[in-house]
Design a protein around this ligand. Sequence first.
Ligand code: ATP
Ligand code: MG
Length: 449
Amino acid sequence: MAINIKRPNGTEDILPKNIHKWYTVEKVAKETAECFGFKEIRIPTFENTDLFLRSVGETTDVVQKEMYTVMAKETKFTLRPEGTAGTIRAMLQNGLLNEAMPQKVFYLLSCFRHERPQAGRLREFHQFGLEMAGSASPCADAEVISLAKRILDKLGLKNIELYINSIGCPVCREKYHKALRAYFENRRDELCETCQSRLVKNPMRILDCKSPICSEIAKDAPLILDYLCDECSEHFEKLKTYLTNLGIEYKVNPKIVRGLDYYTKTVFEFVTTEIGAQGTVCGGGRYDGLIEQLGGQHTPALGFAMGIERLLITMEKQGLDFLDSKSCDIYIATMGDAALEKAMVMARNLRECGYCAEYDLVGRGLKAQMKYANKIESLYTIVIGDNELAENKAKLKNMETGEETVISLGDKFTDDVDSVYISKIIDSLEDEINPLAENNNGKENKENG
Ligand code: ATP
Ligand code: MG
């Protein structure tokens, strides 16, 4: 049998030529979260399976069909399908929830779900997400939504709609479940097999079913907003007021129930229609019961997660700018062994000053080295050979303008190089080029001292 060492379906290689796009999203997301007082948390890639059964919920698609679970030495582990469960587990286990509230953490992580791979739907994908624990106030909902919105805006994304809904608390949910059951019971036989069992266990899940027949039947189902208790209703009204005050446009979409069981009250999604069917770039909501469900004290909490791949697809589609990718500042081309030795030390000094410096590592001729310097888009090049070493001079070439400046290897660059950038290079080159000077200074100082 042929050995298959190809990357599994639904996974992606993120190549160096694209990494600056990831850095862009990661940087903007991190910095924005930090502006709101969130700190990063890093959690394990896999957890005890029970954690997800308990939190994500046994009747959800994620738990029923999408989890990667392995049996390892009699313990069942699951690759995290999302970040909330592990994050809350970590907050509980490490006592964060005993500290000053609210606790605010963010994360960047990969998630694993066995889904049918398609554009914007992978089996390993990446999320930026955050969780806030300890506030029951609708201000917190507005805060978290405005944070997500700020990230999307800072990335330059356009045409993204915010949909909000409230799915109530267990009190309103009970009445609503009754109404839903009564509604779906009439057409029970038409529902898919999964929804038939949902009808008994968790009828709200039927509203999230992707099967065309079930969604058609669900079209006229009762709406949760008509069943909210006073508290949930007031919470939702306040959230709407706060969003309006903050200038955040939203649409109430009573059909949003979200795919995970732990949500209560506010749920929201940021959706684009520009990248096809998988247009939800961010989903989140409140989960006031989850912490208790996982063994903690009753602690209201909420959060969201953004799909980084979907953000990137949308950014590309909209032709948005990414941060520049770091390229070589200065390439030192060499001819001969003595020049190579010189280049190694020069490169070390430049790197110590924070510049990206490279020289030939594979024994190319000069012409090929210059071609390589072009290919890696080096901003400057210096050529060093026997003549340059003998004369203590070399040419520093600006690769964009073609301008050449003769620099003295023994002493200083000529005066007409005046940018801070080059002067820093000069400083570092000087150290290496004229080590005697420094030694002498050192000696002098010692003698003086
Ligand atoms: P969907 O309705 O698209 O299946 P979901 O409700 O399952 O999304 P969440 O669990 O809320 O998604 O995850 C948060 C975000 O993670 C989503 O809004 C989406 O951007 C992203 N996401 C979820 N599943 C995938 C996947 N399989 N591949 C890529 N991104 C995903
Ligand atoms: Mg899903």
